[in-house]
Design a protein around this ligand. Structure first.
Ligand code: PLP
Length: 378
């Protein structure tokens, strides 16, 4: 028996152990040490954003974003139904209301037309995710946000290294978040970051991340004692995680080259089968660059999705679906409302199949995935 081809496998970067040993044997294991500084620099180099703060997770970075925007009871935030629950939690935790809208059927990204329709006097922000790192229509979303004075929260968990019209993703929200969960292209087990594109928000972000204190200013010698100045939490990434993350980010180009090669194999070798089966393969518009975070296909209907996943599983290939729409989930019904019946999110979700994609997949494993997929027929 050959081993199953897993859906995802964390990358191991070359200097992780050496970096970790330095933290374990050193005198600084809490946040904001040398590896945090180095990893933060590498991150802002990749995203081109003016500032970033490492956090304990992408979910916590979203919570921090909600605090920076002062969301609270009575406020509404518009977000896609087809997204990760953390985007909704970050809103619901403040007492604000989630207003769910649909995604488009081709890319799974938020539908700008529905965003415009969902705006009320209570709307404060639009939370978007570039699904699979294929950028949302930032031109339309940006125009709507400007017209109504709304903030954009950019969940860039999939998008590190992606671009929209020549500009790196992570630069489109007033704040953006990254996740370094071990299913992401670059990881440190659990971790995240908030990217700050409005420099006037940086000082407050440091305070909220540091238990509501001005400790960061104190450590820089800007105030002579530190104290409680705002409501915050402990969102700092420890140096153990930062040591691994720094090594991973150092390998970013290598990771991306390997992931892109696998993505391209799927994109080049599946079309004949896909066309015959009436399956649509993930594609990317000319004005966007994806970061090879995932490769998906869209089955013609839900039964096909279920049968294809079972067929792959029987051949030792672990494919998977993705988000279950939030608007009709138990918590979605309690903490949100929807613009209308979100049929596209439902349809996108119940026809989606993602294929294994991780940097160290061998050519043989990629061949096996392609053979498994193309041996399936309705
Ligand atoms: C992974 C992910 C998150 C959450 O990140 P964590 O670091 O696991 O908290 C948020 N949004 C999206 C779209 C994600 O894929």
């Amino acid at each position: 028996m050959t081993a199953d081809i897993l859906f995802s496998k964390p990358f191991h970067a070359p200097r992780e152990m050496e970096n970790l040993a330095r933290v374990v044997q050193g005198d600084h294991a809490h946040g904001d040490g040398e590896f945090t500084r180095s990893a933060t620099r590498r991150l802002t180099d990749i995203t081109g954003t003016p500032a970033a703060l490492l956090t304990t997770s992408g979910s916590h970075a979203l919570e921090l974003a909600s605090r920076l925007l002062d969301l609270g009871p009575g406020d509404e935030v518009i977000l896609p139904s087809f997204t990760f629950p953390s985007a909704a939690n970050a809103i619901a935790l403040t007492g604000a209301t989630c207003v769910f809208v649909d995604v488009d059927l081709r890319y799974g990204n938020i539908d700008p037309q529905q965003v415009a329709e969902a705006i009320t006097p209570r709307t404060k922000a639009i939370s978007v995710v570039s699904y699979g790192g294929v950028a949302v229509d930032f031109e339309s979303i940006g125009r709507i946000a400007d017209e109504h004075g709304l903030a954009i929260i950019e969940d860039n968990a999939h998008g590190l290294g992606g671009e929209y019209r020549g500009q790196q993703l992570g630069a489109f929200g007033v704040v953006a978040i990254q996740s370094f969960h071990d299913t992401k292209n670059v990881h440190c087990g659990e971790g995240g970051a908030i990217l700050i594109n409005d420099p006037s928000m940086l000082e407050r972000a440091e305070i909220v991340r540091e238990k509501g204190t001005n400790r960061a200013r104190f450590l820089r010698g800007q105030v002579d004692k530190y104290t409680w100045v705002d409501v915050g939490s402990s969102y700092l990434m420890s140096e153990y995680n930062a040591a691994v993350l720094d090594s991973q980010l150092d390998s970013f180009d290598h990771i991306q080259a390997k992931r892109h090669a696998i993505w391209s194999s799927y994109a080049h070798r599946l079309p004949t089968w896909a066309e015959a089966e009436n399956v649509r393969l993930m594609d990317v518009p000319d004005d966007r660059r994806h970061p090879a975070h995932l490769f998906f296909l869209q089955a013609p209907d839900h039964e096909y999705q279920t049968a294809l996943l079972a067929h792959l599983r029987s051949l030792g290939v672990v494919g998977t679906f993705h988000y279950i729409p939030l608007d009709s989930a138990p918590a979605g019904l309690r903490f949100g409302r929807r613009l209308r019946e979100l049929t596209s999110s439902q349809s996108f979700s119940e026809r989606l199949v993602r294929l294994p994609l991780w940097a160290d997949m061998s050519d043989d494993q990629v061949d096996r995935v392609i053979a498994a997929v193309t041996s399936f027929h309705r």
